[in-house]
Design a protein around this ligand. Structure first.
Ligand code: ADP
Ligand code: MG
Length: 764
């Protein structure tokens, strides 16, 4: 079953070559107790390591099952060690951080025996060596003799055909040595036991065959195999493989012995995670906060459709920069003409009847308010202690948006508190808006015909103004018209209509974004009244016929920004003209989406010049703030990622140190048949555990830090609970951390797997 044929082995240290074995040939019986005797340095350990497949021979051959092992691969040796050989060492070589039972089970664990079977067999083996009651102790809780018995149990448990013992009693006192020798002799009954010793008495007392060594050569053999002896037995070689769970258990137990260091490592390498976690939770929280804020306060900001629209979409922006393909700092002696930026961006919207009808057909359920800004002018006269005055400010007044859904809240009710009076859109009237300190400008007060530093709501609501109409106000003077000067007469004329402040309103506290400021608004019915009264007035009819300004007797100026065009003058005279701006107030965020998509639909399939462009300020602000926030987040995360990289380098160093510390364990595992792959797995498991710990720790700390961070933010800005750690982010961060740490530990783990098992066992 086992035969050495002219085995030679030499070690090279620097330029010095030490021949440890020279042409050694021995044939072993499958059941005998062989003692190898020899002085220190005679090559006994080397011989044993070669027989056990831990070390490789230089020349000659080791015959196993009548087959040469010259072509054996690393994996074949691993299987051979695991299945066929049990090692017993002078210094026991137990893995210190796992229990006696686990130590004994390890060989079976490597060959994939089920845990129940393992435990059963390990306990049997421990019982055989008389240590069953110590099964759950750690090796350092036992005496030397007990540890050697554990090693014997470990060597026996996989039921190997060969037991190799290298000076098993070398470290024990005489009495204990005898007990151990008795045990080994017991084993030798049905196995091949090869025991190295430098104690001739023990050898002669127990062994059935004694081989003497000197300077790497066989000196004598007391019982060599005779020609007629036939060996028919064979060694059974099965597969071995360590599961990741075993690797995890080994590394977990190892880590448990250095809790403090592992915790510190995990903490140090979790700093990157903490940073990224905090940044993400802050930006996540801010995004939610800003979204909410924008939904609340900006969703009702009107969509503006003006005759002159600023077009800032991507296409236009691209158009503006089309000349960008031109070379910078050209040497050509030419000047290149660029498109006028403002002209390119400016889009003239034609608010045709077709378009106005399209707007009117819009589903009013999405609208909280709508208003048409026209140039319709009206003439108002107030009466105060100073006498009668024309109200010049009417062109600065705003038109009150009408509520398209009578039985629901409109834009005004949604955003303003009505402090006094009530709004009746069907009655021509004024609405006074005060700011959040109930202030209005003096000019506003004067326009109402009032004065003083403080005015009561009552006085304002009781103030009467009069609207006068063209036929009373304008007096024809040849080809032109001039305004009448007798305001008192106009004020008291039967033709003029009384106008009152219907209500005093103030922006709601939480709607400051939309409602700050003060001023006067008027109901749409005032516009309608003026238009209906002025429609048939002489001056309007005349202006419609003439192609010059009847108020100044001057020709019109039709350039784009002119206020002296026929339409403008007709509007000024209170005739019906097309609106110049339409304000659409969406009910909420979702309504806005529907409104804009309805408006977009109108433009579909139309030529660019026939499209009507709208301006959505809220969307512009949102996308701007969103982009800025994303950019800041990316920069901060990138910075924190550096600490992640640093921590993976640190993990690489820590793993390297751990490899150095666990070299002995590597040797033991290899002696028990662990593959290189399995060793790699042990260290990958260690970095996996550290990566997982630091990831979890980082996330936990980041989460805990959000509490004081939120407190600070709340104190600074009044916003509660801004920082929110997203669970998905947390999981992704932990996974990334585990991957990075495992990458960091991969090189040292690979190094560990390449360690020579013989050298590994030699280290102390
Ligand atoms: P023994 O076990 O009989 O004391 P060894 O087999 O350990 O002897 O060693 C045989 C010879 O080989 C010794 O001279 C020893 O110094 C040398 N030797 C053993 N292992 C190595 C090694 N890894 N590197 C260099 N020399 C070695
Ligand atoms: Mg030795």
């Amino acid at each position: 079953m086992l035969e050495l044929k002219k085995i030679s082995k030499s070690y090279q240290t620097g330029s010095f070559v030490q021949q440890a074995l020279k042409d050694v040939s021995i044939e072993f019986r499958n059941n005998e107790f062989v003692a190898i005797l020899g002085a220190s340095g005679s090559g006994k350990t080397t011989l044993l390591n070669i027989i056990g497949g831990l070390d490789r021979y230089d020349s000659g051959d080791l015959i196993i099952n009548n087959k040469s092992t010259k072509k054996f691969k690393s994996i074949d040796w691993d299987r051979y060690r695991n299945n066929c050989v049990g090692f017993i060492f002078q210094n026991y070589n137990l893995i210190p951080h796992i229990s006696i039972l686990d130590n004994v089970e390890m060989g079976m664990t490597l060959s994939g025996v089920s845990s129940k079977e393992r435990s059963k067999r390990a306990k049997e083996a421990l019982k055989k060596v008389g240590l069953l009651e110590h099964a759950h102790k750690k090796p350092n809780q036992l005496s030397g003799g007990q540890m050697q018995r554990v090693a014997i149990a470990r060597a026996l448990v996989n039921n190997p055909d060969i037991i190799l013992a290298d000076e098993p009693t070398g470290a024990l006192d005489t009495k204990t040595s005898i007990q151990i020798m008795d045990l080994i002799q017991e084993i030798a009954k049905d196995k091949l036991v090869i025991m190295v010793t430098h104690n001739p008495e023990l050898a002669h007392e127990y062994a059935t065959r004694i081989i003497e060594f000197q300077d790497g050569k066989k000196l004598s053999d007391s019982n060599p195999i005779k020609k007629e002896e036939q060996d028919t037995s064979t060694l059974k070689i099965r597969k071995t493989a360590m599961s990741f769970a075993t690797a995890l258990k080994l590394s977990f137990n190892n880590i448990k012995t250095k809790k403090g260091r592992t915790l510190l490592t995990a903490f140090a390498s979790s700093i990157g995670i903490i940073g990224i976690g905090l940044i993400l939770s802050l930006s996540n929280g801010f995004k939610i906060e800003v979204d909410r804020f924008e939904r609340d306060s900006l969703s009702q900001a009107p969509i503006i459709i003006s005759t002159q629209a600023m077009n800032m979409d991507e296409e236009t922006m691209e158009k503006i920069s089309t000349n960008n393909h031109l070379e910078k700092y050209p040497t050509e002696e030419k000047v290149f003409v660029q498109d006028d930026v403002v002209q390119t961006m400016l889009h003239t919207n034609i608010l045709s009847d077709e378009y106005l009808n399209y707007i009117k057909k819009m589903d009013s359920k999405n609208l909280a308010g709508i208003s048409y800004q026209t140039t319709t002018g009206f003439t108002i006269i107030n009466h105060s202690s100073d006498g009668y005055q024309l109200v010049a400010g009417s062109s600065y007044w705003t038109i009150l948006p009408t509520n398209p859904n009578q039985n629901e809240n409109g834009i005004v009710e949604d955003n303003y508190d009505i402090l006094a009076g009530s709004i009746d859109e069907s009655v021509p009237g004024l609405i006074l808006q005060v700011d959040n300190k109930n202030q209005i400008y003096e000019s506003t007060l004067k326009a109402l015909g009032l004065s003083g530093k403080e005015v009561t709501f009552h006085d304002i609501l009781n103030q009467e103004l009069k609207v006068v109409f063209n036929d009373d106000y304008y007096i024809q003077y040849g080809e032109a018209f001039v305004p009448s000067q007798d305001l008192e007469k106009l004020y008291h004329s039967d033709h003029s209509v009384t106008l009152k402040v219907q209500a005093i309103i103030r922006g709601k506290e939480d709607k400051e974004m939309l409602t700050s400021g003060s001023g006067i608004a008027y109901t749409n019915s005032l516009t309608e009244l003026v238009i209906s009264k002025n429609k048939d007035s002489k001056i309007v009819r005349m202006q419609q016929e003439k192609d010059y300004n009847v108020l100044t007797n001057q020709p019109f100026d039709n350039s784009s920004m002119s206020t002296n065009t026929k339409d403008t003058i007709l509007g000024y005279l209170g005739a019906e003209v097309a609106p110049s701006i339409i304000y659409l107030y969406p009910k909420d965020f979702d309504s806005k989406e529907e409104i804009t998509s309805y408006l977009d639909q109108y433009n579909q399939g139309k030529e660019e010049k026939d499209t009507v462009q709208y301006t959505d300020m809220a969307a512009m602000i949102s996308s701007l703030s969103g982009n800025i926030m994303d950019a800041i987040t990316v920069v901060l995360v990138a910075f924190s990622s550096i600490s992640l990289i640093v921590s993976s380098i640190m993990i690489a160093i820590i793993t390297y140190i751990s490899v150095l510390e666990r070299i002995k364990e590597i040797g033991i595992l290899r002696a028990l048949g662990a593959r290189k792959k399995d060793i790699k797995r042990v260290f990958n498991a260690e970095t996996f555990i550290i990566g997982l710990c630091s990831g979890l720790l980082g996330i936990l700390i980041a989460y805990l830090l959000t509490i004081p961070v939120n407190q600070i933010i709340e104190n600074l800005s009044g916003l509660p609970n801004v920082a929110k750690l997203n669970i998905i982010h947390a999981i992704i961060l932990i996974i990334i951390n585990v991957i990075l740490t495992m990458i960091g530990g991969a090189i040292p783990a690979k190094m560990a797997s390449k360690k020579d098992p013989v050298e590994a066992l030699r280290t102390e």
